[in-house]
Write a protein that binds this ligand. Sequence first.
Ligand SMILES: Cc1ncc(COP(=O)(O)OP(=O)(O)O)c(N)n1
Ligand SMILES: Cc1nc(C(=O)O)sc1CCOP(=O)(O)O
Ligand SMILES: [Mg+2]
Length: 379
Amino acid sequence: MNGNPRVVYRILDASANRAGEGLRTLEEYARFARDDAEMSAEIKSLRHDLANLMKRLDRDALLAARNVRSDVGTTIQTKSEYQRTDTLDVVVAAGTRVAQSMRCLEEYGKILDPEFSKGIESLRYRVYIVAANIERSLLRDRGTSTADDQSPGDVRTGPQRRDLLAGAMLYALVDVFNTAEKLLSHCDQLTQSGVDIIQLRDKNTDDRTLYERSVVLARRLQSTNTLLIINDRTDIAIAAGADGVHLGQSELPIREARRMLGSDRLIGASTHTIEQVHRAIGDGADYIGCGPVFPGATKSFDHFPGVEFLGQVHSSTVETPRPAFAIGGINEHNIERVLDAGFHRIAVSGAIRDAASPGDAAAALKQRLLDSRRWRAVD
Ligand SMILES: Cc1ncc(COP(=O)(O)OP(=O)(O)O)c(N)n1
Ligand SMILES: Cc1nc(C(=O)O)sc1CCOP(=O)(O)O
Ligand SMILES: [Mg+2]
C-alpha cells in the first residue's frame, strides 16, 4: 500500500465512529419514538455488523491514528449543524451521516481490505432502506407524505437504484408462476444466490396478474440488494413500484417511457445491432441487453448476432459505458465465450429456470462471473 497508512486508519476510525453514532441516533428513534421492534432490531444488527467488520482492521493502528486535538473538522461548523426543528430533521441528518460514513469506509477500506469494503457496501444498502423507511413513516405521521399514494414498493431512490445497477452482474428473467407464493419462494432462492436483477417477464399472463405479482415481488425485494425490472410494461412498473422497465425494439420508445417513469427508475433496452446500442444509449437507456448470443429454450430467433456482436459492443462502448448484459441461451457451458468477448454481465432465463436447483445454478453462474472479473481485473 502506497502513501501513509496512518492517514487511512485515521479516516476509517473517524468514519466508523460517525457511522456508529448515526446508527445509534436512528435506533433511539425507532425504539423510543416508534416502539418499532423490527426496525430497532435491524438498526442494532447494522451496528453489530459494522463492529464485526471493523474487527478485520488493526485495532491498535486505528486507535494510534486517532488524533482529535488536531482535527480541523472539530472547529469547522455550519449554521444548520446546530439547527434541528423536529425528529424528522434529526433522523434525516443521522441517516445521511451514516450513509456518507459508510461510503467513506467502503472507499478507503479498499486500500487495506477489499473484503472489508464489500461488507461495508452491503451494510450501506441496508442503511438506505432503513433510513428511507424511517423517513417515510415520519412523513406519513406528519400527513405530508405522498407515501400513501406512492407505489407500494417505492423505497429505493434513483441513486440507490443506479448504485445497485452499477454492481449488477447476474440478471435473471422469471415468469409469474402459478401463485405469488411460488414466485416469491423462487425469487428468494435467486436473491440468496447472488442474483442482482430479477426481471418479471411473462408473455402468457394477464395484466392484473402481472401487476399483482409485480407488487408482491417489489415489496419482497425491498429488503434485498436485488433490483426488480418489469418486462415490456412501463405502466405496470410504475404502478407496482418496481425499480424499472425493460423495453425491446417494439415496445414504447425509451424517451416516452422516461417521460412516464422519470429519472428515479431504470430503463433497460434490448439491442441486436451496434446501431441499436448507440441509439439506446443516446436515448437514455440505463442499461442494455445484447443478444441473442446463442439459441435457447425461452425465445426463438431467426438470426443470432452471437459473440461477435458482444465483441463489437465491448469495444464500441468504451467511451459511453453503460451496463451491458449479454443474453440469449447463456449457461454454464458457454459462459466462457461470453467472458472472452469482454462481457462480465449476463441475463439468463432457462439456465436458472430449468435447473434442478435454480439457487445452485444461479450461485454457480455468479461465482463464474466474480472469478472472471477478478482474473480479468475488470474495473
Ligand atoms: C435483459 C434483457 N435483454 C433483452 C430482453 C428482450 O426484450 P425484448 O426484445 O423486448 O423481448 P421480450 O423479452 O419482450 O420477448 C429482455 N427481456 N431482457
Ligand atoms: C427474452 C430474450 N431476449 C433476447 C434478446 O436477445 O433480446 S434472448 C431472450 C431469451 C433469454 O432466455 P434464455 O436465457 O433462456 O435464452
Ligand atoms: Mg419486450
